[in-house]
Design a protein around this ligand. Sequence first.
Ligand code: ZN
Length: 67
Amino acid sequence: MLILVLAAAAAVYLLTAWIWPHTACADCSGSGRRFSPTGKNFGPCGHCGGSGKKLRLAARIAGRTDT
Ligand SMILES: [Zn+2]
């Protein structure tokens, strides 16, 4: 029974990951910008390519690919 509940939870988790595959990039807090040490200049975040989005691990498991 416990395994059934866990399997159902995992299925729901992967479904939400499929619908909402992105999370805020931890590197730039989802802003997509990386500020210079002075804080006056910024450029696109290299970690997420400036999108501010990061593909969730669960989304990758669910078969999504990063764009
Ligand atoms: Zn980023």
